[in-house]
Design a protein around this ligand. Structure first.
Ligand code: FAD
Ligand code: NAP
Length: 318
């Protein structure tokens, strides 16, 4: 059992699971409400913004800021207010009775009077066998992390959203040519990003195109076998790297069966609220939001979750 003496049991009024904008903001508000929150960071402290560079749309900064810097600031603010941060990963929960229980990879058991779920989302993969073979040997889901390794080379990127557009532009800083492969004939990315893409001489668009296979040798990937989805024509593309930017799935596997979710696995919350199907358990950020998925909306939901947790605890006490 996880409650064996060598595994500590840590109780808090509010347990926050996740350290992205939602988790850190919830921590700032919960700490300021004297709830002494305990925040479990997960394997990606700081969340998704740690793997990006320029952030131009987080309000309060007239000049461009860097994602990792923004997250360091949020973390420092949460710690400064009195949040206890713990590096651990929750792999099991029990929300059937209060206090709620969550178990960490470390063996620790966390008990809490209220819980805020802020586990965000994770990168989606194409699901090709060849993608697994070449992952880390040409195939990556993070251009900002791995783009530098492809200096002077030709790379491809698949996707049509903001991430694909931003990463394509970023890759032009290093690569000689960037081919943006999209399955449809128009991008989903914001207009401002589309304009930058179309103006960039290093970026070539491949519309209506699906990746059939990633090809390569023992040294790594060398190219792609592609198919035009309208004509069925197959063709090849030379590329030493492929960046997969086709969206994210909510990180909710560990909560499956413990509270209500929608068909895509996002945690269901009450309208205009972060309340889940379990009273006392709240969900904030990308884990519960398949519509906006922005740092500022995640932070806003984190604020809501902390305020709602505070009200819930006050009602229990009263
Ligand atoms: P996340 O940031 O996903 O954080 C989730 C946290 O949960 C992580 O700390 C993780 O370690 C933790 N976690 C997960 N599972 C567990 C577990 N079982 N136990 C414990 N902890 C766990 N948005 C913008 O507004 N502007 C931008 O410029 C922008 N650029 C982006 C660029 C990229 C490349 C990407 C991928 C996204 C970008 N976004 C941007 C979107 C933005 O990053 C997200 O909307 C935001 O980070 C969501 O915050 P979150 O707190 O909900 O979750
Ligand atoms: P997204 O908006 O969901 O876009 C995913 C793209 O990948 C879509 O174009 C989709 O095609 C394509 N796609 C999905 N599955 C595919 C598959 N199996 N094969 C080929 N293509 C596939 O995801 P995202 O771009 O990662 O963005 C996620 C969220 O973060 C969004 O809310 C976005 O606004 C936000 N974000 C914001 C910024 C910013 O504000 N600067 C930057 C990055 C991300 P279809 O178009 O055909 O559906």
């Amino acid at each position: 059992m996880n409650t064996a003496p060598e595994h500590p049991v840590r109780h808090s009024k509010v347990l926050i699971i996740g350290s992205g904008p939602a988790g850190y903001t919830a921590a700032i508000y919960a700490a300021r409400a004297n709830l002494a929150p305990l925040l479990v960071t997960g394997m990606e402290p700081g969340g998704q913004l740690m793997i990006t560079t320029d952030v131009e749309n987080y309000p309060g900064f007239a000049d461009v800021i860097q994602g990792p810097w923004l997250m360091e600031q949020m973390k420092a603010q949460a710690v400064h207010m009195g949040t206890v941060m713990i590096i651990d990963y929750i792999n099991k929960v029990d929300f059937s009775a209060r206090p709620f229980k969550a178990w960490g990879e470390s063996g620790a058991l966390y008990t809490a009077d209220a819980v805020i779920l802020a586990t965000g989302a994770k990168a989606r993969w194409l699901g090709l066998d060849s993608e697994k073979i070449f992952r880390g040997r040409g195939v990556s889901a993070c251009a900002t992390c791995d783009g530098f390794f492809f200096k002077g080379q030709e790379v491809a990127i698949v996707g049509g959203g903001n991430t694909a557009a931003e990463e394509a532009l970023f890759l032009t800083n290093f690569c000689s040519k960037v081919t943006l492969i999209h399955r449809r004939d128009s991008l989903k990315a914001e207009k401002i990003l589309q304009d930058r893409i179309f103006k960039n001489p290093k970026i070539e668009m491949l519309w209506d195109t699906a990746i059939e296979e990633i090809v390569g040798n023992e040294k790594g990937m060398t190219g792609l076998r592609l198919k035009n989805v309208k004509t069925g024509a197959e063709f090849s593309l030379n590329a030493q790297g492929l960046f997969v930017a086709i969206g994210h799935d909510p990180a909710t596997d560990v909560f499956r069966g413990h509270l209500a979710m929608d068909a895509a696995g996002y945690i269901a919350t009450a309208p205009d609220s972060t309340a889940t199907s379990i009273p006392g358990v709240f969900a904030a950020g990308d884990v519960a939001d398949h519509v906006y998925r922005q740092a500022v909306t995640a932070a806003g939901m984190g604020c809501m979750a902390a305020l709602e947790a505070d009200r819930f605890l006050a009602a229990q006490a009263g």
